[in-house]
Write a protein that binds this ligand. Structure first.
Ligand code: ANZ
Ligand code: ZN
Length: 805
């Protein structure tokens, strides 16, 4: 008897797949329906971790299963290969980022191949390759020409240690996400993508995504943050000037006793100009600049502000309201100006109490208006509309909506990113590089000191160029793009990754997109997905695709934990996938990770669990090896009870697994059903009355079911039982409905405690199904005629009792 030599088997089949190119997809083949299975591509750190194994094992089951279901499956893999770690490695060890990245890619590709994933490596892309980033640059220029990319001077989060601008979301609790240094503010000229152009579509089209997890949609919705309110315009006292505030509570305007401005706003500067308060403002501003992002935006922070010497007139009370600047007002939300309503807003209340500003309640405990003139007695919602109406008549207000979503700051003062294809000319200003001059290549003569602003500034060969418009000497943009830009469109490039004329062929992309199944970590639930959605909307607007949403179905897999904590290098609690592969093989690693928990849940690593899966594969191998030559003609006559039960088990397992794979990603339950089937076959084969054709049927079914999860052993066993060709080129088998019927149990049906009939149900019938079947039964219907059903009690596989009067 041979033993399960996983090393030999896995090597053998990986080689066979490579040679035959069986996972290569012809994207132009129209003979079958398309299925695009995509997993989030990795940053090439050099080593795969268990999170990758989980993500990609899930995707691989989907891809293999869909292929066997008859789809033309696209299942690509590539590298999100620009980014900070490569540059940090360059600073630390003097290796060029390009070299570091390329060797990491080589290593990681080999590691992924060891796991036997069904990727079409012909579709591989690396976002740091000029063949790819040429098109990222072209897309930037398209956006620029469409007004979707623009430049603006603004305060940015600056990490003094990484010397880079950080997006808000890269600031965690006031610290740099990567190095934990306290983040400060800095004013710089920056490139932005106009994400807010599609705020409304990004929000509304979430409704199209009925196969996305609700929690992810909720996170997207919160991030977009639409609120309904009104803009109200106040006249500045003794000055020919208006100030507009955004409020979600116009009903509280009678209680508005002061106005607060963001200290950074131009408005504040204008109001104090030439007055003694100019200095007050300057001092306050420098205090603000010393604050961390978290302190500045936290609702916890002690409210602080300064009076700046002017007042506005409340349009409804006619009273003067002093104007203040304060730390809790954000410059880039709403209008950067707020009407302070200390009786009904906690922040305003804290502020007013501290600085002894007037507090006037305008709504009582029953939500009725008080102290609000003609609106007294109204319900507050009614007052909302009436007050806006009144303000509107005065030309001082109107309903409006606001979004929390900001435009996307894409400039990075880094080397290892996609160069922004812009040239600055003294005569012509900002000029886009001509398409035939793309890509603007990253230079190689850059020093990595980790100091200063953009490293590209140190390369004369890069910085100095001719103006694309007038030909005079000009300078290049020295910033590169946020790596989220690269990953916002890679799924389109996969479809047409060899195209040298354009980013992608629209017809091909329209045929393959939206991605049928996208799988990745929930940590990307907001930004990556939002940016990718935004790109798709921008492409749609520019006529590059008809698609409106990039990802039809989304699965966010849970984390891999060790003793309840996330596996991470910093905690030193990681398990190396390579060691597991070495010790048990890739099939065991894959099987364990799919079996140990439902896909969306966190999974606790367990050595015993791995051991158990390894034993199971051994058990299957021995079983198939022993029975591989058993064959027999199908004969459904004269089957014994045991025969019927064995066949029913085979077909009910096939039914369950098919359902688990196609409908609900129930991989763990599918595997456990397979385990049960194997157990049953171990018992059945020992019976004297066993039938060869049933054994054969069971063996073939076991091999087919195991193959998407553990593809190497799947192929090996398929060959062992005498089949030709790859198991992945067969059609996924259909279960036999008739075989299932045998697998039924008899259930007694009582009416008011008296036996009135018997029904046959499947052993895993639900209570509801049992009730339905019982009530449909003719005998029972008779027994019930003329009576009203009071209650139906069902005990699965045993009894249904109907109480009727
Ligand atoms: C008066 C008022 C009374 C407010 C009240 C709230 C409660 P959301 O819902 O998040 O959109 N606000 C407006 N612009 C702001 C800014 N730039 N910085 C800080 N706060 C700002 O929040 C809108 C509310 O937040 C607005 O409604 C405004 O305060 C404040 F009982 O106006 B409200
Ligand atoms: Zn010029």
């Amino acid at each position: 008897m041979s033993i399960y030599n996983f090393k030999e088997i896995e090597k053998k089949w990986q080689k066979a797949w490579d040679t035959s190119g069986q996972y290569n997809t012809d994207t132009s083949d129209k003979s079958k329906p398309t299925y695009y299975c995509l997993e989030m591509f990795p940053y090439p750190s050099g080593k795969i971790h268990m999170g990758h194994v989980r993500n990609y094992s899930i995707g691989d089951v989907v891809a293999r299963f869909k292929k066997m279901e008859g789809y033309n499956v696209l299942h690509p893999m590539g590298w999100d290969s620009f980014g900070l770690p490569a540059e940090n490695a360059a600073i630390k060890n003097g290796v060029h980022p390009q070299k570091w990245t390329m060797s990491n890619i080589e290593e990681m590709r080999e590691q992924l191949k060891l796991l036997g994933f069904s990727y079409d490596w012909n579709k591989e892309i690396a976002t740091s390759s000029p063949e790819y980033y040429k098109w990222t640059q072209k897309i930037f220029l398209d956006f620029y020409n469409q007004g979707l990319a623009y430049k603006k001077k603004s305060f940015v989060n600056w990490c003094p240690s990484c010397e880079t601008v950080l997006a808000n979301e890269q600031v965690v609790q006031g610290e740099c996400e990567r190095c934990s240094t306290t983040v400060v503010k800095k004013k710089l000229e920056q490139w932005y993508f106009k994400t807010t152009e599609f705020s409304e579509d990004l929000l509304n089209d979430l409704d199209m995504l009925d196969q996305w997890p609700e929690k992810v949609k909720a996170m997207q919705k919160n991030w977009i943050g639409k609120s309904h309110g009104a803009n109200v315009t106040f006249k500045v006292d003794d000055m020919d000037k208006d100030i507009t505030v955004y409020t979600t509570r116009p009903d509280t305007i009678f209680g508005s006793t002061f106005m607060v401005l963001a200290p950074e706003s131009d408005l504040a500067r204008e109001l104090v100009k030439g007055t003694e308060y100019e200095e007050t403002l300057e001092k306050f501003l420098s205090k603000m600049n010393a604050l961390t992002e978290i302190e500045r935006e936290s609702t916890e922070i002690e409210k602080e502000g300064e009076y700046i010497g002017r007042s506005v007139i409340n349009p409804l009370t006619g009273k003067k309201m002093p104007i203040w600047i304060a730390n809790y007002i954000l410059a880039d939300y709403g209008t950067g100006a707020v009407m302070g309503v200390p009786a009904h807003d906690d922040r305003d209340n804290e502020f007013a109490s501290k600085y002894e500003l007037e507090i006037v309640p305008v709504i009582d405990e029953d939500d009725k208006m008080i102290n609000s003139g003609e609106f007294n007695g109204m319900n507050k919602d009614e007052a909302f509309d009436s007050i806006v109406e009144k303000l509107k008549d005065q030309g001082r207000g109107q309903k409006t909506t606001n979004y929390r979503l900001r435009d996307w700051l894409i400039s990075r003062q880094r080397y290892w990113g996609c160069p922004i294809p812009i040239v600055y000319c003294d005569d012509c200003g900002i000029v886009g590089v001509e398409e035939d001059q793309l890509p603007v290549l990253l230079p190689t003569d850059v020093e990595f000191t980790g100091k200063g602003e953009s490293p590209l500034l140190t390369s004369d060969t890069f910085m100095n160029c001719d103006c694309p418009k007038c030909g005079k000497p000009a300078r290049r943009e020295a910033d590169t793009m946020d790596t989220f830009v690269d990953s916002s469109w890679y799924y389109m490039r996969y479809v047409d990754n060899k195209n040298t004329d354009k980013a992608f062929d629209s017809e091909l992309v329209d045929r393959w997109l939206p991605v049928d199944q996208y799988i990745g970590g929930v940590e990307h639930a907001i930004l990556h997905l939002l940016y990718a959605r935004w790109f798709t909307k921008a492409f749609n607007k520019m006529g590059l695709t008809k698609v409106k949403e990039p990802f039809k179905n989304l699965l966010t897999q849970g984390m891999v934990l060790m003793d309840g904590a996330k596996m991470s290098k910093s905690k030193g609690n990681t398990i190396s996938p390579l060691e597991i592969i070495e010790q048990y093989g890739a099939d065991t690693a894959r099987l364990f990770i799919l079996f140990a928990a439902p896909v969306e849940r966190d999974l606790d690593w367990s050595e015993q669990g791995v051991e158990g899966c390894f034993k199971f594969l051994n058990r299957v191998y021995r079983l198939v090896d022993e029975l591989k030559d058993v064959k027999g003609d199908t004969n459904l006559d004269n089957l014994s009870k045991e025969d019927k039960e064995m066949r029913a088990k085979v077909h009910s397992t096939l039914k369950k697994v098919t359902d688990d794979l196609s409908v609900r990603f129930g991989f763990n339950t599918a595997i456990s059903a397979l385990m049960e089937l194997v157990n049953e076959l171990y018992k059945y084969k020992e019976l004297d009355s066993k039938k060869d054709f049933i054994i054969r049927e069971a063996i073939e079914t076991i091999v087919v079911i195991i193959s998407p999860f553990a593809p190497h052993i799947g192929e090996e066993l398929w060959e062992m039982i005498g089949k030709e060709g790859s198991i992945f080129s067969i059609d996924w088998p259909k279960f036999d409905e008739k075989a299932l019927e045998l697998d039924q149990v008899e259930v007694v049906v009582q009416v008011n405690g008296k036996l009135r009939g018997k029904i046959n149900v499947s052993p895993n019938v639900s209570q509801e199904e049992m009730k339905e079947i019982a009530l449909e039964d003719t005998k029972i219907k008779e027994a019930l005629s003329g009576k009203n059903i009071v209650k139906v009690i069902a005990i699965p596989t045993k009894l249904v009792n109907i109480v009727a009067k």
